[in-house]
Design a protein around this ligand. Structure first.
Ligand code: ADP
Length: 270
């Protein structure tokens, strides 16, 4: 079997990815990494899960391989496949196999989106043997030191439709991440968007008011990511209320009553 030449994996990041911790997640992740435990990051969209993994990969000096999961993702997409080339057939490692071979952190973003039969390939990697069987080549790969499996999962989203099986969930140490506290979030929005401190603070105040609408039927509440987008539009000269409507209110709902309630909160904040 011929393996194609792969370019070396990029280092996790050149500089330290900016991350403001919200609890003891950094120490907890370090312990899990040292013990080779797989981690499940739970939390709403845009609350910082991806940034946290990027930060940890940098801190632990491991390469990071990220896979955005979707309902068409097959086991072969993760593990690899034979490719037919003019000079014969070559095996091409998938992202998971590469991470296992090279001792990288493999981050499967929004793992509930993936099909169950795809998720099942993770099972052997999460027990103490840390093995990846590759049926198509007959290989049984043992994970290189430093390999770690990390999945993210938004518990609120499509909860009734999709969920992880208990047999999968029990293989991970779960860490709950949520939106940062008020001061931390204001600092993040200011730093990431470049907006001034008072506007950043007001955006965070608005977000807190909007998040309270969850009880009135708002399925997805504004994430830190949306606040950063609104801040960035302000920096580019868009008036703040317009920026809030375009970057925060409109993406969240099409429901007239909810949009009206959100507009009122924008008007009351700025
Ligand atoms: P998720 O993966 O949970 O959907 P991200 O990690 O992509 O969310 O976060 C969205 C953006 O919010 C990030 O790009 C980053 O700019 C910012 N962010 C959120 N939380 C933090 C945090 N704790 N520290 C630094 N930046 C954060």
């Amino acid at each position: 079997m011929t393996l194609p030449e792969y370019p070396p994996l990029a280092k996790a990041s050149e500089g330290e990815p900016f991350y403001v911790p919200c609890g003891n997640e950094v120490a907890m992740f370090e312990r899990c990494h040292a013990r080779g435990l797989a981690v499940m990051l739970k939390g709403p969209t845009g609350c910082g899960k991806t940034r946290f993994v990027e930060h940890m990969a940098w801190k632990l000096d491991r390469p990071l391989i990220t896979v955005a999961c979707h309902d068409d993702l097959s086991a072969s997409d993760l593990i690899g496949r034979f490719l037919i080339r003019h000079d014969g057939t070559v095996w091409q490692d998938g992202p998971l196999t590469r991470a296992v071979r090279e001792g990288a952190i493999c981050y499967l973003d929004e793992v509930v989106e993936a099909r169950q039969d795809t998720v099942v390939v993770l099972h052997a990697l999460t027990d103490h043997r840390r093995l990846l069987p590759i049926d198509k080549t007959g290989e049984l790969l043992m994970a290189a030191p430093g390999f770690q499996l990390v999945i993210s999962y938004n518990p609120g989203y499509q909860r009734m439709l999709k969920d992880l099986k208990p047999s999968t969930r029990q293989r991970f140490v779960a860490m709950d991440l949520d939106f940062p506290g008020e001061d931390a979030e204001a600092k993040i929005v200011e730093r990431e968007s470049g907006v001034d401190a008072p506007t950043s603070r007001a955006l965070v105040t608005l977000a807190r008011r909007l998040r309270a609408l969850r009880d009135r039927g708002l399925a997805e509440v504004p994430s830190t990511r949306l606040l950063i987008a609104a801040g960035a539009l302000c920096v580019d000269g868009i008036p703040v209320r317009e920026a809030c409507l375009a970057a925060i209110v409109s993406p969240l709902s099409d429901d007239e009553a909810l949009v009206g309630a959100m507009r009122d909160l924008v008007d009351g904040t700025f």
